[in-house]
Design a binder for this molecule. Structure first.
Ligand code: TRP
Length: 343
């Protein structure tokens, strides 16, 4: 039997979910609608643990001041989106030392060949040909450590992280088989809602802040005027109808965004805009997104004025995370044969 989370009482234990996001700069509307909105919803039905994966971020060179700023802003933004650290510890990975420690150990249970096959490694080493560092290569075993330290039952991941989760499962099984059941083998969590949000300029590609054309993506903190401009410039087609169909990538994407922020179905949207032009539709999408982001932006501004509160949230979360993860790390080290610490 795989170990499960200990229950403090006899009530059925909620399943545990772990997820993390890198504080590597602007968080986009794509991140929000594709992942974060879902994290917020999961908090009620699962025992969630969330992290900012800042150790992962340094696999690409960072300017120290910018990195610090991005980290605190990402933290505040996620709280503004609705992560409640009272319910779900939300910590900063570099502040919980067990992550780096287990990652080293797992490196020794991960094969060079496995890591060489990771498509993200191949892509990133092409993109950063001048800095193909060992961290970039070993990034998936750090990610496995993040997940396995908390005995997570499930991990919500997008398509780009599926291969890494698969590897985490393999590492967990390998370790459990070599010693005895130690790690919960995590399943992917597939969200019922949420969408893959595409670039507004090239709707065949995922919305990404690394897109050179800033009109392709909406940042969570973009000003209303800029948001509206970007939607008005969004690439569509020459056919003219607002409905989902193959080949209408731009319109399909805008409909997807509109559905996510209004809760409407694609059919309702097609009805609403029957006989209406793209101009009118784009304005409606822009307005709906602006109204969705407005309260988040307001909360973000308030939180950034309250650094003591932010510090309290990430510190208390790190303490909880350290407590939980230390239990796993101790077990692992004992099984491997490290001498116990006597201090
Ligand atoms: N690698 C993930 C990304 O870049 C972030 C991440 C780090 C993560 N550790 C994780 C995601 C553990 C899920 C579980 O998006």
């Amino acid at each position: 039997m795989t170990p499960t989370n200990e229950s403090a009482n006899s009530a059925p234990q909620k399943k545990r979910i772990f997820s993390a996001i890198q504080p590597s700069g602007t968080i986009t509307l794509g991140n929000y609608l594709g992942a974060l909105q879902n994290w917020i919803k999961l908090q009620d039905d699962y025992e969630c643990i969330f992290a900012l994966a800042d150790l992962h971020t340094i696999t690409v060179r960072q300017d120290p001041a910018t990195f610090r700023k991005n980290t605190i802003e990402a933290y505040a933004l996620l709280l503004a989106c609705g992560i409640d650290p009272e319910k779900s510890p939300f910590f900063i990975q570099s502040q919980v030392h067990t992550h780096a420690e287990l990652a080293w150990i797992l490196n020794c249970y991960t094969q060079f060949g496995e890591l060489s096959r990771m498509t993200q490694f191949k892509d990133k080493s092409q993109k950063h040909a001048d800095n193909i560092n060992v961290g970039l290569f070993a990034y998936p075993s750090l990610m496995a450590a993040d997940i396995l330290l908390y005995q997570a039952d499930m991990v919500p991941v997008g398509a780009d992280q599926k291969q890494h989760l698969e590897l985490a499962r393999n590492i967990a099984e390998r370790f459990n088989n070599a010693y005895s059941p130690t790690f919960t083998v995590p399943d992917p969590y597939i969200a019922q809602s949420g969408a893959r949000i595409m670039s507004l300029q090239d709707p065949t590609r995922k919305m990404s802040k690394s897109d050179e054309n800033p009109n392709g993506w909406i940042a969570m903190l973009d000003k209303p005027d800029d948001i509206m401009k970007k939607f008005k410039r969004a690439v569509t087609d020459s056919e003219g109808g607002v409905y989902v169909a193959e080949g209408k990538d731009g319109i399909n994407n805008l409909i997807g965004i509109y559905c996510c922020v209004t809760g409407k179905t694609a059919e309702q949207v097609a009805d609403e805009f029957q006989g209406k032009g793209y101009g009118e539709f784009k304005t409606a999408v822009g307005e709906a997104v602006i109204e969705t982001l407005r309260p988040i932006q307001e909360r973000f501004d308030d939180l950034m004025k309250n650094k003591d509160y932010l510090t309290k949230c990430y510190t208390e979360s790190a303490q909880k995370a350290l407590y939980l993860s230390t239990k796993t790390l101790r077990k692992v080290m004992k099984k491997i044969g490290f001498l116990p610490k006597e201090f």
